[in-house]
Design a protein around this ligand. Structure first.
Ligand SMILES: *Cc1c(COP(=O)(O)O)cnc(C)c1O
Length: 425
């Protein structure tokens, strides 16, 4: 039996060790479902762009909760916002008006092409909300009985049943059938394939209510949207009265060097979903839409935690800090510096690497299809050097550091990565 008082003081004691610094993964896995393939690493504290494990080994964190910790770890603005909000009011029901929620919605809509916001707790839930909105829009505005939503191959939209169905990657759907009906898939950045799919669906009396795409495919391999493609997608949507939904869960809120991913594409979506970076690490999700497609009425959708004073108060401070610390300008400058450094590695190891791609501070180092290594091999080797990275599929190493990352930290990451690559080749 565990001693709860001791555990609260030091959770590492749950792992059966006398010392406070001895983490045993097998004890953890006995009690926590093994739904994640975890690195054998227990992180216990963080500051800025750095985290420390139970052995006090230091790591430069270029994962940032997978593009979530916008302000890094223990940022004074986060500490102050969390403390202030928990001392004032942290949770009340959406039965009542929540001023912080209204304030955040006002800032988000004034700084995007949208007019209204629904708040939830995660990226998958934001996409669920968008899917419900699109279906009701199809039924009530377009008179479609069974509205179809088109998504892209290699996309990622979350892990709920509807969002794994929206996700164009069979590995996430395997063994979870029956899936949610009403989704069709096309190759990303291929306008002719999209035109053909819309025509084919029309010919079968299946009508499209929405197209759901990422501005840049994150999990699918850090693959940016093509400007010409998105221009034509927007035209097709206007022509057929189809909603264009952009999943900006990974790229929204400053990560690309612009507040929204769509600003890199020269178009405006009808609906945006956001989550990861918005709360800087507190769980929040949001669906933003233009008033012209806001068909949701009281009773149509809800979330117990969605948009509570705590997360909205913190997200407001994240947005304020994005502005006050010029973090989007930093994302652009540091992103450019990082890509230049990575390009040198591509040139130094042409048999290993194909290219570098990305926007702002979401970047991918792409391995050659026949490289003798996988992205995971490089990530593991970098971990030994004290640099945390995350793969985006088998052939892409992803770099998503906090937006506060400094010039010297980017150089340090490049040095550690170079050593890591030398050690596996
Ligand atoms: C992470 C992610 C999601 C899912 O977000 P959760 O908060 O894990 O539900 C959806 N879409 C994209 C593009 C993502 O990167």
């Amino acid at each position: 039996m565990v001693n709860l008082k001791q555990l609260v003081k030091n959770p590492l004691k749950a792992f059966g060790s006398k010392s406070s610094k001895d983490f045993k993964p097998e004890v953890f896995d006995r009690h926590v479902m093994t739904t994640y393939g975890r690195f054998p690493l227990a992180l216990t504290r963080g500051a800025g762009c750095r985290v420390w494990d139970d052995q006090d080994k230091e790591y430069l964190d270029f994962v940032a909760g997978i593009a979530t910790c916008t302000l890094g770890h223990a940022h004074p603005a986060m500490v102050e916002a969390v403390t202030q909000q928990i001392q004032t009011l942290h949770h009340v029901s959406n039965l009542y008006y929540i001023p912080e929620q209204g304030a955040l919605a006002q800032w988000l809509t004034e700084h995007s092409c949208t007019d209204r916001v629904f708040f939830c707790n995660s990226g998958a839930e934001a996409n669920e909300a968008a899917i419900k909105l699109a279906r009701k829009y199809g039924h009530t505005k377009l008179g479609i009985d069974e509205p179809v939503i088109i998504t892209a191959n290699a996309s990622f939209h979350g892990r709920t049943l509807a969002t794994i169905t929206a996700t164009g990657q069979p590995k996430y759907q395997k063994n979870f059938a029956p899936l949610v009906p009403g989704f069709h898939y096309v190759p990303f950045n291929d306008i002719e394939a999209l035109e053909r799919e819309i025509l084919a669906l029309n010919a079968n009396a299946l009508r499209v209510a929405a197209i759901l795409l990422e501005a840049l495919q994150g999990e699918g391999g850090v693959n940016p949207g093509n400007v010409q493609y998105f221009k034509r997608v927007r035209e097709l949507c206007d022509q057929h009265k189809i909603l264009l939904i952009l999943d900006e869960v990974q790229v929204g809120v400053g990560r690309t060097g612009k507040l929204w991913g769509y600003e890199n594409l020269g178009i405006e979506p009808d609906v945006i979903t956001a989550a990861k970076g918005l709360g800087g690490g507190v769980p929040i999700g949001a669906m933003l839409c233009k008033s012209s497609c806001d068909v949701l009425q009281p009773g149509d959708h809800a979330s117990t935690y969605g948009g509570n004073p705590f997360v909205c108060g913190v997200a407001l401070r994240v947005c304020q800090t994005l502005e006050s610390e010029n973090l989007m300008a930093n994302a652009n400058a540091r992103g450019q510096q990082l890509r230049q450094g990575l390009l040198k590695l591509v040139n130094a190891y042409p048999h290993l690497f194909e290219q570098v791609r990305g926007w702002g501070l979401i970047n991918g180092l792409v391995l050659q299809p026949d490289a003798p290594l996988k992205a995971l091999d490089i990530v593991k080797s970098a971990t030994v050097q004290g640099l945390l990275l995350v793969p985006a599929g088998p052939h892409v190493v992803r770099f998503v550091p906090p937006l506060i990352v400094s010039e010297s930290e980017v150089n340090e990451a490049l040095e550690k990565l170079t050593t890591a690559i030398q050690n596996v080749t």
